[in-house]
Design a protein around this ligand. Structure first.
Ligand code: ZN
Length: 151
């Protein structure tokens, strides 16, 4: 146990019961959602027509997203129980209580979230994109393709 930042730690420990309750509620919601989706997928069996198949595909994607969200929630609850909640996985800084209240499952501080690929199961705050090097124009090659997003 470190006592490097007693003030903000105190603030987090004050908020911890609220955050934990929010996570438990999210977990209940996700478990129920997942159970319903899996029941719907099981009921559908082998889809008979394209509409059923499309619906099943959507359900599968939603179930996958729910499973991911559930994993994030479990991870956050585990961090709370081991006393390591609220620290950034990337830079080890304290995650602001404000961000934790907005996204209780986050394991990254606001600054590091901007560098995430985007799928950590929660909303991603969009920062500016890292500067893309513009590809040098090759005049010797005839190309019809757009070179904007080729890297
Ligand atoms: Zn960080």
């Amino acid at each position: 146990m470190t006592h490097a930042h007693p003030v903000s730690r105190a603030s987090l420990s004050e908020q911890l019961p609220v955050l934990r309750a929010a996570l438990l509620q999210q977990r209940r919601f996700r478990l129920q959602q997942l159970a319903e989706l899996e029941a719907a997928i099981a009921r559908a069996g082998e889809p008979a027509d394209p509409a059923d198949a499309a619906r099943r595909e959507v359900d599968s994607k939603l179930a996958a997203a729910a499973r991911q969200a559930l994993a994030d929630i479990e991870a956050a609850l585990m961090l709370i129980s081991t006393g390591r909640y609220g620290r950034c996985r990337r830079c080890d800084a304290e995650i602001s209580v404000r961000l934790l209240r907005t996204i209780p499952t986050t394991q990254w501080c606001l600054r590091c979230r901007r560098h995430l690929p985007s799928a950590d199961g929660s909303r991603v705050i969009r920062g500016q994109r890292p500067g893309q090097p513009s590809p040098a124009p090759r005049r010797d090659l005839p190309t019809k393709r757009e070179t904007l997003a080729c890297r």
